[in-house]
Design a protein around this ligand. Structure first.
Ligand SMILES: [Zn+2]
Ligand SMILES: [Zn+2]
Length: 131
């Protein structure tokens, strides 16, 4: 496998000899094919290897927050981006406030958030603005 931190081929070693990162740690490279991947990707766009176990993925989806709690927040206070701020996505939160103040569609975006949260398609992404 490849080092997820620097992309070095580390074979079956448990630590990268190049950067001393433990095997599996890091988020820059695919462990299967060594391709550079985006830090928040949950699987490799080149070889389709999933980087994280399903249950970890599920927890990471809402940055560890409960589905029900986030869906309720999105429903009641979504126009003010509260669910985004709670999950640690300030950029998304700001955009929803701007949309609410500028044209009143922040709560529509938040309703879409709520649906995505409920069906498990919401993706925690602190760098994202819309989704
Ligand atoms: Zn390394
Ligand atoms: Zn790959």
């Amino acid at each position: 496998m490849y080092c997820r931190n620097c992309g070095e081929n580390i074979g079956l070693k448990h630590e990268c000899s190049n950067c001393h990162t433990l095997a599996g740690d890091g988020n820059q490279y695919c462990p299967h094919c060594g391709s550079k991947v985006s830090a928040w990707a949950s699987k490799c766009p080149h070889c389709n290897t999933s980087f994280i176990a399903e249950e970890v993925l599920e927890a990471r989806e809402l940055n560890g927050h409960s589905k029900l709690g986030m869906a309720l927040l999105a429903f009641f206070l979504g126009g003010w981006g509260i669910h985004c701020f709670v999950m640690g996505e300030p950029k998304k939160g700001m955009l929803r406030i701007i949309l609410t103040l500028a044209c009143g569609i922040g709560s529509i975006v938040a309703l879409i958030d709520m649906v995505l949260i409920i069906i498990g398609r919401y993706e925690y992404n602190p760098e994202g603005y819309l989704w």
